[in-house]
Design a protein around this ligand. Structure first.
Ligand code: 13P
Length: 246
């Protein structure tokens, strides 16, 4: 089923709630001086909303793209605090993470809302990176595949056309920020299940959860792992570059 080589690799940094004008500037400049940041792999950084214009400006003309970490389901109107996909596109942000487990957990985002965000993003020309992943208790109960398929169900229901335009990220919640990475075999097994469920050889599936320079290569060697969504390690330019190099 796997056609790994035809899917372009993607490494995305998710800065989460971190950054400052000064610190971002230093980090982004450090990423820019590296020539290996070219062609074979899509590279992007997903930064807090307020720093999007700064990142877009610093990375302009480079091989590194800029993404947001969330987007509104609404196009416009009386939705205080929300940011629309058209606004992201307007400032040069072409990617957005949707359905991150931290949004599902702390903001009660449902999988139906995540699907609505996928459509909102694609309608504005912004590519969504859709996160799914089970909790530790789900895995201990042997329920991880069911849980992930439930999260994917409203995305799959959008149809093959839509699925072909998005990126998926498998992030087991128990591996996020814990230093516990899924083993390459565990991750591969889930990625294979996700690909089969979504019936798509072409959709890119990233792995996320304590990805570091030291474990990236063995994860990327797996046939259904097409790259990574990197949290903590994306805040260190050298570490992030080593992951991209892997
Ligand atoms: P860590 O890489 O810090 O575990 O975070 C993973 C993640 O949540 C990326 O979206």
């Amino acid at each position: 089923m796997s056609v790994h080589s035809s899917r372009k690799r993607l490494v995305a940094g998710n800065w989460k709630l971190n950054g400052s004008l000064d610190g971002n500037s230093r980090l982004l400049q450090e990423l820019l001086v590296r020539p290996e940041m070219q062609a074979e792999c899509d590279v992007l950084v997903c930064v807090p909303y307020v720093y999007l214009p700064q990142a877009v400006s610093i990375l302009k003309g480079s091989a590194i793209a800029v993404g947001a970490q969330d987007v509104s389901v609404h196009a416009k109107g009386a939705y205080t605090g929300e940011v629309s996909a058209a606004m992201l596109a307007d400032i040069g942000c072409r990617w957005v993470i949707v359905g991150h487990s931290e949004r599902r957990q702390y903001h009660q985002e449902s999988s139906a809302q995540v699907a609505a965000k996928v459509l909102a993003a694609l309608n504005a020309g912004v590519t969504p990176i859709v996160c799914v992943g089970e909790q530790l208790a789900d895995r201990q109960a042997g329920q991880e595949v069911c849980v992930v398929q439930d999260q994917l169900e409203p995305i799959k229901a959008l149809g093959a056309q839509i699925v072909s335009r998005l990126v998926l990220a498998y992030e087991p919640v128990w591996a996020i920020g814990t230093g516990l990475t899924a083993s390459p075999q565990q991750a591969q097994q889930m990625h294979q299940q996700i690909r089969a469920y979504m019936e798509s050889d072409q959709v890119r599936i990233l792995y996320g959860g304590s990805v570091k320079a030291d474990n990236a290569a063995e994860l990327f060697a797996m046939p259904d792992i097409d790259g990574a969504l990197v949290g903590g390690a994306s805040l260190d330019a050298q570490e992030f570059l080593r992951i991209v190099a892997a």
